[in-house]
Design a protein around this ligand. Sequence first.
Ligand code: PRT
Ligand code: ZN
Length: 217
Amino acid sequence: TLDSTTSLRIAVQKSGRLTDKTLNLLEGIGLKFDDYKRSLLVKCLNFDVELLLIRDDDIPEYVQDGVCDLGFVGANVVEEDQMDVEILRGLNYGVCRLSLAVPKDGDIKKPEDFAGKKIATSYPGITKRYFEKKGIDVKVITLSGSVEIAPRLEIADAICDLVSTGNTLKANGLDELINIFDSETQLIKTNKPLSEGKQQLIEKILQRIEGYQKAGK
Ligand code: PRT
Ligand code: ZN
């Protein structure tokens, strides 16, 4: 049965780099919310919509499982998780890249030089797939944070991490060598069947986002 009795549920990062920009976008296209800082589930005041505020890492799975109908999340997370979701569109915020970086003045200069090396990353999936495609054997070490310090601790020979300004790499004596994935925030949709009402609401939201982006906001 289709879920015509429930609100369109949208997953948004609870607290992080994408939170304010996503809420600004939703308000910018005319959705009004109560004080969203207080609750995990926030009702929209003027549309049949509610927001679920969660860790960004959980968003693709929630959307895949149909717990949420839509989600705003980095393409890096969507690509890493390989969930069964539909990417509706890219949004030009949260822009960054996933890059291989190596200690300055080291001996790694090109992809082949990574053979047999240890690479620390929070993105083991994307990193492994990159090297598998090239037929290069590497050892991937999964760290949940502070990846940039791994070479100095001699846990790894190189890292694969998100970069925006490049300041973090620089401050840690690392050179950005190869950009392996370009990322921005994406709007994703569940592949579970949706009621006619929800589909129409999603269409409306998409059109408004398009207008909002054209207006250059
Ligand atoms: O708590 P939760 O799990 O929800 O948040 P999080 O800590 O996992 O994510 P958060 O809020 O840090 O980032 C959310 C999303 O923002 C990421 O998934 C990316 O899609 C996007 N984004 C854009 C970035 C960056 N830019 C970025 N620079 N995410 C992380 N960084 C980090 C990077 O990991 C490194 O530590 O910033 C540092 C590098 O920045 P520069 O400017 O020094 O190069
Ligand atoms: Zn996260």
